[in-house]
Design a protein around this ligand. Structure first.
Ligand code: SF4
Length: 233
C-alpha cells in the first residue's frame, strides 16, 4: 500500500467528534426506548469461554445442548475434558456442529490454562486488568475479540462491548462502521461509545438488532433511531 493510501485508510479509521456524539445519541435513544436488564452476576470464566467456542456457527439452542452434554459427560470437571480422548469430547458436543474443530480448540485451551495456572480454572483473571485479560484470551487459537470480550464481560465484570453480528449490523446501517470486522470493529466500537457504558452499549445494540433492526425487513417505522438512519431496504 502506498503512503497516500495508508494515510487515507488511517483517516477513514479515525473516530471523529461527530462519531462519538452520534454514538452517545444512539445509546441514549436506545436506553430510553428499551427496558434493559443487564446481567450483574459473575459466571465462571472458563465456562463462559468454552460456551462461546461452542456458540460458533450454531444456534443458541444447540449451543446450550452441546454445553449441557459436555458438562454431563465429564461431570462438570474441565480437567476431565482436558484429559479425555478427543473422540469422547466430539461425541458429547456433536449437536452443536464442527465438533472436531471445537474439541481441538477447547482441549488446547484447557491444556494451556493448566500449564499457566496449574489447574483448569481462569478465576485468577478476576484479579487482573481487563486489557490484560482481553489480550490473554484473544491469544488463544479460535478465540476472537468477540469471544474474549464476552468472556471477560460475563466472567470478570469487565465494562466492554462484545461486537457480535447484531452490533455490527446496527452500526453499519447507522454509518458508524463501514467494512470493519474482527479486531478493527472491536477497537472502533469500544473507542466510540462512552468508556463507562460499554456493557450497556452491548445490550442496547443487541436488543435493537434482535427486535427492530433485524437482518431481514427491519421495523424502521417503529425505530427510535430512524431520524438519524439513512439505511434503505
Ligand atoms: S431505521 Fe431501520 S435500519 Fe435504521 S436503525 Fe432503525 S431499524 Fe435499523
Amino acid at each position: 500500500m502506498s503512503t497516500r493510501q495508508t494515510l487515507k485508510t488511517q483517516k477513514k479509521n479515525l473516530i471523529s467528534q461527530e462519531d462519538t456524539d452520534k454514538a452517545l445519541l444512539i445509546l441514549e435513544s436506545l436506553t430510553s426506548f428499551y427496558d434493559l436488564r443487564l446481567p450483574d452476576g459473575v459466571d465462571d470464566i472458563l465456562s463462559v469461554l468454552v460456551r462461546s467456542i461452542l456458540s460458533q456457527a450454531t444456534s443458541t439452542k444447540n449451543r446450550n445442548q452441546a454445553f449441557s452434554n459436555l458438562l454431563g459427560t465429564f461431570n462438570g470437571d474441565w480437567n476431565n475434558v482436558r484429559l479425555a480422548e478427543p473422540i469422547e469430547v466430539e461425541k458429547s458436543i456433536k449437536v452443536g456442529g464442527l465438533a472436531k474443530q471445537k474439541t481441538k480448540r477447547i482441549q488446547n485451551i484447557l491444556e494451556d490454562v493448566f500449564i499457566e495456572f496449574g489447574e483448569c480454572s481462569l478465576e485468577a483473571l478476576k484479579k487482573k486488568e481487563d486489557v490484560e485479560n482481553f489480550d490473554y484470551l484473544s491469544s488463544f487459537s479460535g478465540v476472537g475479540p468477540q469471544s474474549a470480550a464476552l468472556t471477560i464481560m460475563l466472567g470478570a465484570k469487565a465494562d466492554i462491548c462484545p461486537v457480535n453480528t447484531d452490533v455490527l449490523r446496527v452500526l453499519k446501517r447507522l454509518d458508524l462502521l463501514a467494512n470493519e470486522s474482527g479486531m478493527r470493529a472491536h477497537r472502533r466500537v469500544n473507542s466510540m461509545f462512552p468508556k463507562t457504558r460499554l456493557k450497556e452499549t452491548h445490550y442496547a445494540l443487541i436488543s435493537h438488532g434482535r427486535t427492530h433492526c433485524v437482518s431481514r425487513t427491519p421495523k424502521c417505522a417503529d425505530c427510535p433511531l430512524r431520524f438519524m438512519c439513512s439505511f434503505e431496504i
